[in-house]
Design a protein around this ligand. Structure first.
Ligand SMILES: C[S@@+](CC[C@H](N)C(=O)[O-])C[C@H]1O[C@@H](n2cnc3c(N)ncnc32)[C@H](O)[C@@H]1O
Length: 279
């Protein structure tokens, strides 16, 4: 007896969908729309990667093309926010790459706190505030009463509004040990809120690294996992501007997979792991 044919299963589109080839005219049109819709300058991002991600996002939302996505975003505020979140990727966590934070604390933060009257740190692209709060916790462990001011900036207003609340779910608190939770947070229902004394060390501001003037001077600048999709030219310009914003001897702290290839051209020197010093 012949076995009946098995019902065919749909092929998962995320696995087999062809990677869309970059359509430069379509990309330029989308970049113009995204600039007026979200205020982001996509001309300074790597087009092939952005095009692939936007097409994937449009498909996931059941839309046929980036044009259709942009048209829908004009009417749908939730989709517009989701599109912004996708473009800016606000994934983050407390003590992200713990070994790098250990090195940051012992090699840079501790000497600065012990040797200087006060310390100024900038977390550029701070997402939901994990990074500024990580710095604040480390600073208070090293020197409980030493003046330190931490500036947390991000392009995304919605993200910043959440960072200002400094309230995190159990899952978001994964990187924070029980001892640190007890010392620096208080439990509010099922969530954890950073204590006022920790929050008082941080000021939050909206800032676009590609457009806005950079404040100065800082002892430490953290810019981690923010510029991954920026063009090489945009990155070089940005690293030069960070160099200009650092005090002599100050340090730039990048993400675990990031590096500055033409480091001398931007006026910095490598200082182990993903740290770059201003001579
Ligand atoms: C992946 S998160 C990184 C968060 C944190 N620095 C970390 O390493 O965990 C990237 C953040 O950079 C922000 N961002 C992206 N483009 C930016 C820009 N041009 N200026 C400022 N912030 C930007 C995003 O909104 C997002 O919150």
């Amino acid at each position: 007896m012949e076995t009946p044919p098995r019902p065919s299963r749909p092929i998962a589109p995320t696995i087999f969908a062809p990677v869309p080839e970059l359509d430069t005219v379509g990309y330029d049109r989308m970049a113009r729309d995204v600039r007026s819709l979200l205020g982001i300058d996509l001309t300074q991002y790597k087009p092939a990667q952005v095009w692939r991600r936007v097409n994937g996002f449009a498909t996931a939302k059941g839309l046929a093309s980036p044009d259709a996505l942009v048209a829908r975003c004009k009417q749908d505020a939730d989709l517009r926010q989701a599109f912004l979140d996708m473009l800016t990727i606000n994934v983050s966590e407390f003590f992200r790459n713990p070994e790098a934070w250990e090195a940051m604390a012992t090699q840079f933060l501790r000497p600065a706190l012990l040797q200087q009257l006060s310390v100024r740190v900038w977390s550029a692209g701070c997402s939901l505030g994990y990074e500024p709060l990580t710095i604040a916790m480390l600073a208070r462990e090293i020197a409980p009463s030493k003046p330190i001011s931490i500036l947390g900036t991000d392009l995304d207003d919605t993200t910043l509004a959440r960072a200002r609340k400094a309230t995190y779910t159990e899952q978001q608190m994964a990187g924070v040990s029980p001892a640190r939770r007890a010392r620096f947070f208080r439990q509010v229902g099922a969530n954890w809120e950073a204590k006022p004394e920790l929050q008082a060390l941080i000021s939050w501001r909206r800032h676009d690294l590609l457009k806005d003037p950079y404040e100065k001077p800082f002892d430490i600048i953290c810019c981690r996992n923010v510029v991954i999709y920026f063009t090489e030219q945009a990155k070089t310009e940005l690293y030069k501007r960070f160099g200009d914003s650092l005090k002599p001897g100050g340090v730039l702290f990048l993400g675990a997979t990031e590096s500055i290839p033409n480091v001398r051209a931007v006026g910095l020197v490598p200082s182990g792991l993903t740290f770059y010093r201003k001579p």
